[in-house]
Design a protein around this ligand. Structure first.
Ligand SMILES: C[S@@+](CC[C@H](N)C(=O)[O-])C[C@H]1O[C@@H](n2cnc3c(N)ncnc32)[C@H](O)[C@@H]1O
Length: 163
């Protein structure tokens, strides 16, 4: 399949959006796109008008060109997180920006004074195995749906010395 150069972002889902920090940059970069914030919190949905549903079961009629799922899945139990990862695959028709706190992040990277404890600390491999069923990582937390081949300039792709 040839690289996709004319990728249009018309629908964006921020899964577990919290305060919706991605909303303003999405509006600036993709002014014509519809941003949907998805949340389980009653308070945040009332306050900001987000769609109230769990990532594990949200099933809109149409998919999304760009998904965000940032700092959310460590709050879900194993069964719900498995369903959420499969659902991200179903909801995506383009790219996913994904980040989660892993066991290794907690050991080595997180500032524990500013990071929620009492969450599910899973190994990165647990997420990678499930994400790879639907997505291909292209670096920097960005994954693209399998079968979708966006045009990336040479130095935008993952590279190593000598590659
Ligand atoms: C640490 S906050 C991250 C918020 C946002 N993604 C960010 O990076 O600023 C985690 C959010 O996930 C939401 N959340 C937890 N479980 C969820 C679920 N099953 N579906 C959707 N949102 C969920 C919580 O209500 C909370 O607002």
């Amino acid at each position: 399949m040839p690289p996709t150069s004319g990728f249009t972002v018309s629908r964006v889902l921020d899964a577990g959006c919290g305060l919706g920090h991605f909303r303003v940059p999405v509006r600036e970069i993709f002014p014509r796109a519809r941003y949907v914030g998805l949340e389980t919190s009653d308070y945040l949905c009332r306050r900001f008008g987000w769609v109230q549903a769990s990532i594990a079961g949200y099933a809109p009629k149409e998919g999304f060109d760009l998904l965000f799922c940032h700092d959310v899945l460590q709050y879900l139990d194993d069964k719900s997180a498995v369903r959420a990862l499969a659902n991200l695959g179903r909801l995506s028709r383009g790219a996913l920006y994904f980040s989660v706190l892993t066991a290794e992040d907690w050991r080595r990277n997180a500032d524990r004074a500013r990071t929620d404890s009492g969450v599910r600390l899973r190994p990165a491999a647990w997420y990678k195995t499930r994400l790879l069923r639907h997505f291909r990582p292209v670096g920097g937390g960005l994954l693209v749906r399998r079968g979708f081949d966006p045009l990336l300039w040479e130095l935008e792709r993952p590279w190593t010395k000598g590659s």
